[in-house]
Design a binder for this molecule. Structure first.
Ligand SMILES: *[C@@H]1O[C@H](CO)[C@@H](O)[C@H](O)[C@H]1NC(C)=O
Ligand SMILES: *[C@@H]1O[C@H](CO)[C@@H](O)[C@H](O)[C@H]1NC(C)=O
Ligand SMILES: *[C@@H]1O[C@H](CO)[C@@H](O)[C@H](O)[C@H]1NC(C)=O
Ligand SMILES: *[C@@H]1O[C@H](CO)[C@@H](O)[C@H](O)[C@H]1NC(C)=O
Ligand SMILES: *[C@@H]1O[C@H](CO)[C@@H](O)[C@H](O)[C@H]1NC(C)=O
Length: 452
């Protein structure tokens, strides 16, 4: 067997990475908007979060009480600067320093601050001054972190609405609005240079509101539906979330930043709205959030990003009774302020330890990726094969170790996916022996026999 060294490295890395990523459910986060006058005390919120499989919480500001309450919980914390702070942060490096001194240094590392979002949906705010100052503000916040020796430990980014895309259908033709293109390029360059994620808020809910056919609702709620074929790639999308995230993926790639991670900073579905609202209901909200969580846990990924789950912050932790705008803006909570669930989306830790085989499966999204496996490079086809796999898991307490490299959910057109898996398992087995990763080889052996 002749294998190029880089292919060897890639195979090993992708395998180990798959194991590592699947090792926790750190991809499930929640947005905690605090525009309410009835929110529970921070310590209660910390306890609530610890009773769930939520691993990350996104704050829109930097409320010290909640940051402190999350100390030593391991829960990742995203904090944000207000849009109104952007001009000051952009023009005054000392303001950025004092922002870090006030909002980060007293709490870190006991409180696991992982990301600072500079502003929210600035690019679609129609405020040209703010848009122009966004990047310099992010740079000054980054410099202040670097000065505090926290560069790389805490990332800096901003959050976009889907409005930054000019086109999102079909997903493969996703592209940014040309009027933002230069600014977006600068932001993506920043993300790339600093290893920070590109954060965006996809809402299938809004897609449904502009097209209220039952078929679209099913597509948005991960329920059985006919699917939508992307004519360019021939990939059949089975849900709107994947389609929207892949549109972002295509837009990002078209700018040449394939290395920048995509994070879903917000997505959700209101359970109640104004009388005239279409879409909001407990049933729909439960279907969307519950099926989304199951989809993320399946680790199937999206057709263009198979085999891993994009970090996703659900919207939202609680209702926000003081939020302006339509009722649906206030009524998207997953928990009541008395800390009970509004509906069961499967977030409690008891749902997490369940083996994936027994957990509710979202509609057959797994079938869509088979069409993407048509290329010659062994390295890329390996990463694709991880996508078609369902997770096989060995439950050990709260840590579910999932290995995604095995077994396809359905017969692919060639009906040989299991054979393909075996070929890769044998390859990795050999490589493990070659490079002394005996445990890796043993694991492969184990899964090889599971396949037979
Ligand atoms: C979560 O777990 C609880 C307790 O085991 C169970 O009653 C509930 O149905 C589960 N929810 C989901 C969505 O799986
Ligand atoms: C498996 O694939 C066939 C066609 O290839 C499709 O008709 C069927 O619904 C799929 N089954 C599942 C469980 O996805
Ligand atoms: C195969 O890999 C080479 C080098 O990594 C790359 O230039 C080429 O585009 C790849 N081809 C396909 C079909 O992915
Ligand atoms: C593999 O590459 C050959 C030549 O480079 C090409 O003719 C063939 O179509 C490719 N196969 C696939 C599945 O991409
Ligand atoms: C896969 O295909 C084989 C024969 O083609 C069939 O017996 C088997 O039931 C299929 N399995 C699934 C999951 O569709």
């Amino acid at each position: 067997m002749v294998v190029l060294p880089y292919t060897v490295a890639f195979l090993l890395l992708s395998f180990l990475q798959t194991v590592k990523i699947a090792n926790s459910q750190s991809f499930i986060g929640i947005s905690y908007g605090q525009v309410g006058d009835n929110l529970p005390p921070p310590s209660s919120t910390a306890k609530l979060l610890q009773s769930t499989s939520i691993q990350k919480v996104r704050l829109y500001g930097s409320d010290p009480a909640i940051i402190k309450a999350l100390a030593n919980t391991g829960i990742g914390i995203v904090i944000g600067t207000a849009n109104g702070d952007i001009p000051g942060l952009a023009s005054d490096p000392d303001f950025a320093k004092s922002w870090i001194n006030t909002n980060v240094l007293p709490f870190y590392p006991a409180s696991n601050i992982i990301l600072i979002t500079v502003g929210n949906e600035v690019m679609t705010s129609n405020d040209q001054n703010l848009m122009n100052k966004l990047l310099p503000a992010m740079q000054n916040v980054q410099n202040a972190l670097n000065d505090a020796s926290l560069g790389g430990k805490i990332k800096v980014s901003t959050v976009h609405s889907m409005g930054v895309l000019k086109q999102s259908e079909p997903p493969s033709s996703g592209s940014f609005d040309p009027s933002y293109r230069d600014l977006m390029k600068g932001l993506l360059e920043f993300n790339s240079a600093n290893g920070s994620p590109f954060a965006i808020n996809p809402y299938p809910y809004f897609a449904y509101r502009s097209d209220t056919r039952p078929e679209t609702l099913a597509f948005c709620l991960f329920q059985p539906n006919a699917g939508r074929i992307d004519g360019n790639t021939k990939i059949k999308y089975m849900n709107m979330f994947d389609a929207q995230v892949d549109a972002v993926y295509s837009a990002r790639n078209s700018m040449g930043f394939k290395n920048v991670e995509i994070v879903v900073a917000e997505t959700g579905w209101p359970f109640k709205g104004d009388d005239t609202d279409v879409g909001p209901s407990i049933e729909n909200a439960k279907a969307y959030n519950g099926n989304l969580i199951a989809h993320l846990r399946s680790m199937v990924g999206t057709p263009l990003m198979p085999g891993k789950s994009v970090d996703t912050y659900l919207f939202a932790l609680y209702d926000e009774d003081l939020k302006p705008g339509p009722g649906s803006e206030r009524l998207s909570g997953l928990f009541k302020t008395d800390l009970t669930m509004i509906y069961d989306a499967g977030l409690s830790t008891s749902n997490q330890t369940q083996s994936p085989a027994a957990s509710p499966q979202p509609s057959p999204t797994t079938t869509t990726t088979t069409t993407t496996t048509s290329n010659n490079n062994s390295s890329t086809s390996t990463s694709t094969s991880t996508g078609t796999g369902t997770s096989t898991s060995t439950g050990t307490g709260t840590n579910t170790i999932s290995i995604n490299i095995c077994s396809s959910n359905n017969n692919s057109s060639s009906s040989s996916s299991s054979d393909i898996n075996k070929v890769y398992l044998i390859k990795i087995f050999n490589l493990g022996l070659l490079y002394g990763f005996t445990r890796l080889s043993l694991i492969c052996l184990f899964f090889y026999y599971l396949q037979t």
